[in-house]
Write a protein that binds this ligand. Structure first.
Ligand SMILES: [Zn+2]
Length: 288
């Protein structure tokens, strides 16, 4: 495990686990979204984990440096995490060249044995650089931008045995597969029973505070469901469209008429407000 006192992501999540609140781990695709997320954290005195996809690192090579600068200059706890890094060579390049705090080493497109072997090797390499590691046990169904490798593969639910195997592989954060999926559930969120809370509870018990739990696949989540996940041990809450849809909608509606600079300013305000609302829901507001 990465040494907690030296790693921002682990520090943020340990504090959340102790305080029984959730922390948004929010995807940013550009500097405007990054800025809005950081402003929300400052305004709410809340921690936040900024997440970038590996595909975004290739599309916008300077964005990780901007995010790291935001992490360093913020007056609240922030960290920079790379979500769903699925390519071994790219992971090695990321940890050697970018100022990141944590990486999701996602080898879930391999079979379980190979997933574990690769995760173990990469966790060691990340820890040697002071970088914390998240891994996906089982396989979360669906695809999202830049994580095409698991698209079309069947979901595999996380078992208590998987939990111990992944902890033995040396990870810091576990992303279990409990019926959650990457992509859209539909406007009212997951169907009743779609998320296996009994499984999440059993996983949390099995983990027994040895690692932290990340929840993926939160599109369309209603607030009560998010709170229920937090109560059952999910601390790192990966959010993408859940926050960013307001930005997308605002741009779609106003791009034709509004001057570009105003469009960006107003769009950032809308995204900041939505992020603040979810910080209240996850109860991380005022915790920084
Ligand atoms: Zn995910």
């Amino acid at each position: 495990m990465a040494h907690a006192s030296q790693n921002r992501t682990v520090e943020i999540l340990n504090a959340a686990a102790a305080g029984k609140y959730g922390v948004l781990a929010a995807i940013a695709y550009n500097i405007e979204q990054l800025t809005a997320l950081v402003r929300a954290a400052e305004a709410k005195r809340s921690p936040i984990i900024i997440q970038l996809f590996p595909s975004t690192l290739k599309q916008l090579p300077t964005l990780a440096h901007a995010a790291a600068a935001a992490v360093r200059s913020a007056t609240v706890p922030l960290s920079l995490h790379i979500d769903h890094a699925q390519d071994v060579d790219h992971i090695r390049e990321i940890i050697a060249t970018l100022p990141v705090d944590s990486v999701m080493v996602d080898m879930s497109h391999y079979d379980e044995q190979e997933n574990l072997e690769k995760t173990k090797i990469l966790a060691k390499e990340c820890h040697a650089m002071g970088i914390a590691v998240e891994a996906e046990s089982g396989r979360i169904e669906g695809g999202e931008d830049g994580i095409a490798d698991t698209e079309g593969l069947e979901a595999l639910f996380t078992s208590p045995e998987d939990v111990d195997n992944f902890i033995a592989a040396g990870i810091d954060i576990l992303a279990p597969s409990i019926g959650n999926l990457h992509g859209d559930y539909g406007p009212s969120g997951p169907a009743p029973g779609q998320l296996h809370f009994d499984r999440l509870t059993a996983i949390n018990k099995q983990i027994n505070s040895r690692v932290l739990i990340a929840l993926h696949g939160t599109n369309d989540f209603p607030p009560e469901l998010m709170r229920q996940c937090i109560e059952n041990g999910a601390i790192k809450l990966n959010v993408n469209k859940l926050l960013l849809e307001v930005w997308n909608e605002f741009l779609r509606k106003n791009a034709a008429e509004m001057p570009l600079v105003k469009l960006i300013d107003e769009g950032m305000k809308v995204l900041q407000a939505e992020t603040e609302r979810w910080m209240d829901i996850c109860q991380s507001s005022g915790k920084a």
